[in-house]
Design a protein around this ligand. Sequence first.
Ligand SMILES: [Zn+2]
Ligand SMILES: [Zn+2]
Length: 270
Amino acid sequence: MKIFNCHTHTGFSHDGKGSIDEICESAVNNGLIGFAVTDHLDCEYSDDEAMIRNIASSFEASEKAKNAYNGKLIISSGVEIGEAIYAPEFAKSIISSFDWDVILGSVHAVRKKNYDMPFSVIDFSLWNEEMINEYISQYFKDMLETVRSCDFDVLTHLTVVLRYIKYKYSKPADITSFYPIITEILRHIIASDKTLEVNSSGFADGYLMPDIEILRLYKTLGGRRLTVGSDSHIPFDIANGLRDTVNILKAEGFEKLTYYIKRTPVEYEI
Ligand SMILES: [Zn+2]
Ligand SMILES: [Zn+2]
């Protein structure tokens, strides 16, 4: 089975560990055909000079690894841009400053009054159903705006907000009522020739991002292009959940997956 992991983090991400060399070794040991280095650039911290330096170092390191692992691994130099709608000019300037292979578009925080910090640090334990629904609604609105107005190739971990609300804080979170806006997001990805990511980082905990129902909806709407990503933050985790995820996608009738080189999609049979 061929697998290209289109979403990984290194020690150049604030929450990542490990060098690109260690990730390359792990990728080879796990039989991947390649991977994209996609360290974090969170636009709400656009004045964080260390983050900007780290992104430059990440790009440089992955370009070097391309030579070092030539013939063994396909390496794609990328970046995961979070909250681009907060600082669109900043996002554009980072995109144009490097010869990227792939840009991931992400939402890790939403524009909700008093709760605009990343949702990974919010304590949802005392939130009632109405507050939870408002928050999820804002997540999808921000995602739709990101899809409509920002430059990226792959939409990452759609529904990641549920990782915290549903899986960390065990809040009942039924997203059925958000299907109209989810449909709009998916339609826009398809029409603008972008790609939807299937993120396997929650696989061990029993969920995919997005879930099978949303992947089926994507297919029904005409969506064919998918990447898979483990969203690993340490080298050892690079292949976590990927094989099972690809098997699920095969069973759902997806025959090809995608990676990006010079921001151009490359399809491969799975
Ligand atoms: Zn992310
Ligand atoms: Zn990530």
